[in-house]
Design a protein around this ligand. Structure first.
Ligand code: FES
Length: 120
């Protein structure tokens, strides 16, 4: 297992950050990965100055999809909405710190897709 998943991914998977439904969310979205059924819901509270004041997620799925949601919500808290909209797949792979095979890229990018949907 540790060949596939780095320690950091397993740690976020077992002890996710920002899991749950924040109060007073102003934006939300839900996305599935149709191939496997993994699911992520994102809740975001955006301030008048277009800053992500709070962000959380709920969902089910593989370690990579859930860990990337944990890491990405952690990364985006306090950041401008404009920055969140510009996050690239490469930045997600850098956060995860492992090589992501093409087959797993949908796992790694599900949270990002959901966040962009929520903010669009
Ligand atoms: Fe479904 Fe990873 S196996 S998102």
């Amino acid at each position: 297992m540790s060949d596939i998943y780095s320690e950091i991914i397993l740690d976020h998977y077992k002890h996710p950050h920002n899991r749950g439904h924040i109060k007073h969310d102003t934006h939300k979205a839900e996305e599935d990965n149709p191939l496997c059924g993994d699911n992520i819901k994102i809740y975001i509270k955006v301030s008048d100055k277009k800053i992500i004041e709070d962000i959380s997620f709920e969902g089910e799925g593989c370690a990579i999809s859930q860990a990337s949601a944990s890491m990405l919500t952690e990364f985006l808290k306090g950041k401008p909405v404009a920055q969140a909209k510009k996050i690239t797949p490469e930045q997600i792979y850098n956060l995860l710190k492992i090589e992501i095979s093409p087959a797993r890229s949908k796992c790694a990018l599900l949270a990002l897709k959901t966040i962009k949907a929520a903010l669009s």
